[in-house]
Design a protein around this ligand. Structure first.
Ligand SMILES: Nc1nc2c([nH]c(=O)n2[C@H]2C[C@H](O)[C@@H](COP(=O)(O)OP(=O)(O)OP(=O)(O)O)O2)c(=O)[nH]1
Length: 132
């Protein structure tokens, strides 16, 4: 399965995380907004769709910059997670599909419970989004 996710970065270098809702796999963990790419769908189209569904924001594929990826087994299935950086969007993110939203500096994410596949991604974000 291919999963696309976004690190939405604000003007202070903070990244938006959402908390997985009760009843879902990995409930309570903090993840990057996104989801599964559907059959025949372009990854950027899937991510734009997921960001609209989950956060109510509008994004343009031109503002989705490929950042890194994770390759991991999730519940017995292979998952390839493509992480994009996004610094421009329209609208105020709302938790339409999540238990909550949180803006966090990459170094703050180390103390948050996140899916195992996300841990190496966070290390890279610390480099990509320097403190200022
Ligand atoms: N959106 C997102 N998904 C992630 C991250 N890390 C990670 O392992 N995943 C996994 C969780 C899910 O298995 C899958 C994302 O698909 P989804 O969000 O559409 O999955 P879902 O909860 O509807 O379905 P399921 O896993 O309960 O079957 O990728 C992440 O940072 N963001």
């Amino acid at each position: 399965m291919t999963v696309v996710a976004a690190a939405l970065v604000d003007g202070d270098g903070r990244v938006l995380l959402q908390q997985r809702s009760p009843g879902r796999s990995m409930a309570g963990l903090w993840e990057f907004p996104g989801g599964k790419v559907e059959q025949g769908e372009l990854p950027e189209t899937a991510l734009t769709r997921e960001l609209k569904e989950e956060l109510g924001i509008d994004t343009d594929a031109a503002h989705l910059a490929p950042a890194t990826f994770a390759s991991a087994d999730v519940a017995g299935r292979h998952m390839l997670l493509l992480l994009y950086l996004c610094r421009e969007w329209h609208g105020e993110p709302r938790p339409l599909d999540a238990a909550g939203l949180k803006w966090a500096r990459p170094e703050e994410m180390r103390s948050l419970a996140m899916p195992p596949a996300d841990v190496p991604l966070v290390r890279l974000l610390e480099v990509l989004i320097p403190a200022f």
